[in-house]
Structures are given as structure tokens and as C-alpha cells.
Design a protein around this ligand. Structure first.
Ligand code: GDG
Length: 478
């Protein structure tokens, strides 16, 4: 491995798939919220990325080192792939991460399966990650751990004697005390988080929730307020606890939205929609994204306002996700039933009220839809940030689109001026918001979109990265 790397990023999955072929290992860079955000910054910083890989066809037992040089499919930085057994994948990823932490941290505790066996595997896989990090770390490395799958790694790294600066960023929400305390392993998780030198959250809401939990569950931990968005732990080891709202590569999205391919595809979409206003939803298939409630709101609009029939269509992209988990398969069924019911009730040969796309789109198609949408309908029940909202604004070159955004998305904090905020559980309220957006004239639309674009442009992914990275550089080592 290259020894010059000074920044080590760690996430559950490597941002690539690795396949064994007769010609050798083939590496294909992958996409997704975290990867989209981090690829440009890490490529510029020449660091290393550690994450799990699917190694079922390679029978790997030890970590796979993939140096940046020598592989054309590479992202431009060293990678270390950690092979996980099927049992580890099940207990750590599908189990503890996605049947416990994911629903609980999105305030959906009734969806949790608090199986004690999951905790043991989560803990042992976190130790495995810590071990690989310890081997990869050099004296001056900064170590930045991402997300809820790896909350115990800091504790294990410290137990292994690592003295480098270690930071943790939570991409998803942190729940309030009355929800967090349902977690049988609440104190262990909180204690492990507090071992990081920097702990980052998306909106201030999550920082406040975290502080509330620490005060109640770890009363010996002393916290000092620096300002509303920043606290410091007082004691032998200094920890900074701050908000770092993640952004996107605004300029790159805006540039791509104006390329001839995207413009041509956008014009085609416009023609196909024959003057109807396009309402756009883009989500991973996930119950936190509020897709059924959104469909019910759209149905309510059609029920109560027949004047919009044939003048408006919802294009709903649902990207397949976590298909091995039964709750996700049930959700797909629920969405498809609702869509077919809406189209069956209101559609006619000249008008399909809901266009449903259940696959991942390529970048051209996604950008063409973002740029042509008249209304983006982004209504998660809760979300750490929601990058789709920001990408939509970046691609709105003509400033024609209205953003309807859930007040429970982290992005609402930054985008409240310019968007229409809604309670995603309020079906009538969301239907009214769609109508209001539909009726908004071009001048007002432009004014709002310019305001949104300014915000997204300023608080971009580079600023997010620099803020976290400099905070980590300045934080006291253990
Ligand atoms: C987690 C947190 C937080 C979507 N459809 C397609 C496609 N996408 C890309 C989007 C966007 C990403 O997926 C989705 O990001 P989100 O932020 O909306 O949501 P999560 O995946 O849940 O991400 C979230 C995020 O982490 C970052 O911190 O904002 O709150 O839950 O980038 O563009 N990409 C392609 N085709 C699609 O059809 N290529």
C-alpha cells in the first residue's frame, strides 16, 4: 500500500464492487448517497478507503488490498476490502444495522427487531474493522469513520492502543432520548461514540438529541457549549461534537445538467409529458422515505381537485434497495398496489397519473428529470439530510421547479427559505402543498429557486469535507 496516505475513510461498504475474472480482479466504482458525496473529495486528497466487499466468489479470508495505481477501474485512491462471511453480513448489516439502528434512529421503534444475537455480531464485526484500520494507520493518519454501521470502532481502536485522531460522522438522524433509550445497548453505543475525537451530525436537531442522551445516560461526561452548533467534551481527551450538514458537488451537477445529452433527453421528456406539470419523487426503496404517504397525498389531490386531472403527473423513481430484508419487499408491494389503484381509478388512455420506475437510472436520465421537473416532492418521514433535494436544485438551470420538502429531512434546516415545507404524515397538507406549487407562477418560482440554489452552492460537499477534516486535524489526539 502507498504509505503517504494521511486520511483514512471507513464505511460499511467499499465504494466499488470487486469481481474475480480470468483476467484478474475487476473493480467497478459504485454509486449511492455517501459515495456520490465523497468520491470527488477523496480523489483530490489521495487517501485510503476501508470497507466491506462481497467476496463470495473469491473465498477470501483476509482483507484485500487494492492499491490506487495499476487498476483502470480504480477511483484514484487506495482501497482495502474487508471480506465478511454470510453470517456476519446477516447479523451485522441486515440485522443490527438495518433491523435495529436504521428504524430506531428514524423514530420507527415499532419496526425494530432487538435480537441479542445481532448485537454480538455487530460488535465483533466492528472489532474486525478496527483491526484493519489499526494495520493501515500510520503515525500521522487521520481516521474518519462513516455512519451507523460502525459506531463501536472508536472504542476498539482505542483499546488497541491507536492514538491517532479519529472522527465519526453520522449520515442518518440521531433520535431523541425517549426513543434512543429503548435500545438495549444504549449506554455501550453512547460511550463508544464519545470515544471519537470528533462526532459529526447533519442538522442541529440531531446534535441536540445526542446531547440530551449523553446528559441523561452518561451523567459523568462533562460537556461545554462553544456555540449552538458545537460542543466540546471536557476531560483527558478532547472531543468536539458538531453539526456538519453534508452537501453535494453543486458545480458538477449544474455543469452536467447543461450537457447536450441531458438537454436533449430533457426536451424529449417534456414532449412526452405533453404540457403536464411533472411532479418528481426519487427515492431508494425505503420505508423512511414516506413513499406510500406521498402517493396517498397525490391520490387525495386527484380526488379533491379534478381540475388538475390530465394537467399533472407524478413520476416516481424507486431505486431497489436492501431487497434481502422482508420489510422492504412488503413495502414494494404496498407502493405498487397504491400506484395501480390510483392509475386504475383516475387514468385514461391519454393520461397516466403516476409513472412508476423501479430501477436505478443513469446520470443523464436522472439529471434530465431533475431539470425538467416542475415540482420535486421529497417527503421522507425522517432523513439525515436528503441529497436528492439538493441535486434537484443544482440541476434546475432554468429555475422553474418548486421544492416541496419534508420538515423532518435534515435538508429542511438549510432549505426552508425557498421550499414549501410539509409534514409528510399530513396527507391533506401535502396535497394542498402540491396544489400550491402547481399554481405558483414563473416569477415566484424563479425567486425561490434562485434562493435555494444559492444555499446549495455555498454549503457544498467540499465545504462539508473541509469543515470536518479541519476539525479532525485540530482535535486533540488521545
Ligand atoms: C443517506 C442518508 C443522507 C437516487 N436515485 C438514483 C440515484 N440516486 C442517488 C441520488 C443521491 C442518492 O442516491 C440518495 O441520497 P439521499 O441523501 O437522498 O439518501 P440515502 O441513500 O438514504 O443516504 C441521507 C445521505 O446518506 C448522505 O449523508 O443525505 O439522509 O439516509 O445521491 O442521486 N443515482 C442514480 N440513479 C438513480 O436512479 N445514478
Amino acid at each position: 500500500m502507498q504509505t503517504a496516505s494521511h486520511l483514512i475513510l471507513i464505511s460499511n461498504r467499499l465504494p466499488a464492487t470487486v469481481e474475480s475474472t480470468p483476467e484478474g480482479l475487476q473493480i467497478r466504482p459504485s454509486s449511492g448517497g455517501l459515495v456520490t458525496a465523497l468520491r470527488p473529495v477523496l480523489a483530490a486528497h489521495k487517501g485510503a478507503w476501508i470497507g466491506s466487499i462481497d467476496s463470495s466468489d473469491m473465498a477470501l479470508e483476509s482483507p484485500l488490498e487494492l492499491p490506487a495505481d495499476g487498476n483502470p477501474g480504480h477511483n484514484g485512491y487506495d482501497m482495502i476490502g474487508i471480506p465478511l462471511t454470510p453470517a456476519e453480513q446477516h447479523g451485522f448489516y441486515a440485522g443490527f444495522s438495518n433491523e435495529i439502528v436504521w428504524p430506531l434512529f428514524h423514530d420507527l421503534q415499532s419496526r425494530c427487531n432487538f435480537d441479542p444475537a445481532y448485537w454480538k455480531i455487530y460488535s465483533s464485526v466492528n472489532r474486525k474493522f478496527a483491526d484493519v484500520i489499526a494495520h493501515a494507520a500510520q503515525a500521522g493518519s487521520r481516521i474518519w469513520v462513516h455512519d451507523y454501521h460502525l459506531m463501536l470502532t472508536g472504542k476498539f481502536m482505542r483499546a488497541m492502543g491507536l492514538r491517532q485522531r479519529i472522527g465519526f460522522f453520522l449520515h442518518i438522524p440521531f433520535p431523541p432520548l425517549d426513543i434512543f433509550e429503548k435500545l438495549p445497548w444504549r449506554s455501550q453505543i453512547l460511550q463508544a461514540l464519545i470515544d471519537f475525537n470528533v462526532i459529526g451530525f447533519q442538522p442541529p436537531r440531531d446534535l441536540r438529541n445526542f446531547l440530551g442522551c449523553v446528559r441523561r445516560l452518561l451523567p459523568d461526561v462533562e460537556l461545554q457549549r462553544i456555540d449552538d452548533d458545537m460542543y466540546q467534551r471536557v476531560g483527558a481527551q478532547i472531543s468536539q461534537i458538531r453539526v456538519f450538514p453534508i452537501g453535494i458537488d453543486f458545480n458538477e451537477f449544474a455543469r452536467q445538467a447543461e450537457t447536450p445529452d441531458v438537454t436533449a433527453r430533457g426536451a424529449q421528456i417534456r414532449r412526452d409529458m405533453r404540457g403536464q406539470q411533472i411532479v418528481l419523487g426519487v427515492d431508494r426503496l425505503d420505508y423512511t422515505k414516506g413513499i406510500p404517504d406521498r402517493l396517498k397525498a397525490f391520490r387525495h389531490l386527484l380526488q379533491t381537485h379534478p381540475q388538475v386531472h390530465r394537467k399533472i403527473s407524478l413520476v416516481q423513481i424507486v431505486v431497489p434497495s436492501r431487497e434481502q430484508i422482508p420489510k422492504y419487499r412488503e413495502l414494494k408491494q404496498e407502493i405498487e398496489t397504491l400506484i395501480s389503484q390510483i392509475n386504475g381509478t383516475y387514468g385514461d388512455p391519454g393520461w397516466t397519473p403516476v409513472h412508476y420506475i423501479h430501477r436505478s437510472l443513469d446520470r443523464t436520465e436522472l439529471l434530465a428529470l431533475y431539470s425538467q421537473a416542475d415540482i420535486a416532492l421529497i417527503t421522507p418521514l425522517k432523513d439525515g439530510m436528503n441529497l436528492v433535494a439538493k441535486e434537484f436544485c443544482a440541476a434546475q438551470i432554468e429555475c422553474r421547479g418548486m421544492l416541496i420538502l419534508s420538515e423532518f429531512a435534515g435538508a429542511a434546516e438549510q432549505l426552508r427559505g425557498g421550499s414549501i415545507l410539509v409534514n409528510p404524515y399530513d396527507i391533506e397538507g401535502v396535497a394542498e402543498a402540491i396544489l400550491r406549487a402547481y399554481e405558483t407562477g414563473p416569477k415566484e418560482r424563479r425567486k425561490r429557486m434562485l434562493r435555494l440554489r444559492r444555499k446549495v452552492r455555498t454549503a457544498d460537499v467540499y465545504r462539508w469535507f473541509d469543515d470536518f477534516n479541519s476539525c479532525l486535524a485540530g482535535a486533540g489526539a488521545a
